[in-house]
Design a protein around this ligand. Structure first.
Ligand SMILES: NC(=O)c1ccc[n+]([C@@H]2O[C@H](COP(=O)([O-])OP(=O)(O)OC[C@H]3O[C@@H](n4cnc5c(N)ncnc54)[C@H](OP(=O)(O)O)[C@@H]3O)[C@@H](O)[C@H]2O)c1
Length: 239
């Protein structure tokens, strides 16, 4: 059987790093990208399968897209592309700086790479796009409003791509990952905090099953549903 290949954007720490380790254990050849290239090299050295590394800042959109295409070509094509890069800077004072940084990475950078991956899959005739959004997509937040807004964008954007590829000659699957709280430096809460290895395992299972939507962990599905049903006053108190 031909080895599957996967590119992970944002693989230098947290969920992306753990997913790299999980997918390598499952036999995937990998392409790892992020800004901290030396961390990617150290991770790649520990993986059991062929691993390519490429430094990339997703906010430098033209260079990032070029790097993605060069990496995929070096790997002989990418079967799976995981868009995981994200930031969630605290913004209690509602400053423009943290909001701009959030939009730059989670919206602008995400879209630059999503369109590059979609073009790659369309040319290749197949592929699997996996976007890491968040349960935050389902509700506003007074402290990090741009983060929650950015994840609503990511989830809706992925849904749009899923509908688009349903009627496309290329066989492209789109999976939306919505974690609750995962134990990384980025985590903004502790409710049902999941170890990063468990999150990676659940995401890899979702990829293998070609699921449309994966909550990490599964119980967040119920919360996402309840958030839609709660009245505004209750939501305000909750957040
Ligand atoms: N942890 C949670 O509780 C949680 C919950 C829901 C959703 N998520 C989502 O999960 C994803 C991963 O987060 P994490 O918790 O694993 O945090 P993390 O450890 O901080 O990982 C973030 C990753 O994104 C990369 N990244 C950030 N800015 C980048 C840029 N400008 N260009 C390229 N890569 C960039 C980082 O690499 P470099 O710094 O090396 O560039 C790193 O590899 C994010 O999209 C986050 O929103 C996390």
């Amino acid at each position: 059987m031909t080895e599957q290949t996967a590119v992970i954007v944002g693989a230098s720490s947290g969920i992306g790093e753990a997913l790299a380790r999980e997918l390598a254990d499952r036999g995937y050849a990998l392409g790892l990208t992020a800004r901290r290239e030396e961390r990617l090299r150290a991770i790649a050295d520990e993986l059991p399968t062929e691993t390519h590394v490429a430094g990339m800042d997703v906010t430098e959109t033209a260079a990032a897209r070029e790097t993605f295409h060069a990496l995929a070509a070096d790997m002989g094509g990418a079967d799976v592309v995981v868009l995981n890069a994200g930031v969630a800077p605290d913004n209690r004072d509602l400053d423009w700086g943290p909001a701009r940084d959030t939009i730059d990475v989670n919206v602008r950078g995400f879209t630059a790479l999503a369109t590059a991956a979609a073009a790659h899959f369309a040319a290749q005739g197949s592929g699997h796009l996996v976007g890491v959004s968040s349960v935050a997509a389902h509700v506003g937040n007074p402290v990090v409003p741009a983060y929650h807004g950015s994840k609503a964008y990511v989830s809706n954007y992925l849904e749009g791509l899923r509908y688009r590829f349903a009627d496309h000659p290329a066989d492209v699957t789109v999976t939306t990952i919505e974690p609750g709280y995962v134990d990384t430096d980025l985590a903004t809460g502790e409710l049902w905090l999941v170890p990063v290895e468990t999150a990676a395992e659940q995401i890899a299972d979702g990829i293998a099953a070609e699921r449309r939507h994966v909550y990490v962990s599964k119980r967040w599905r119920l919360i996402a549903w309840a958030l839609k049903a709660l009245p505004d006053a209750a939501l305000r108190r909750l957040t």
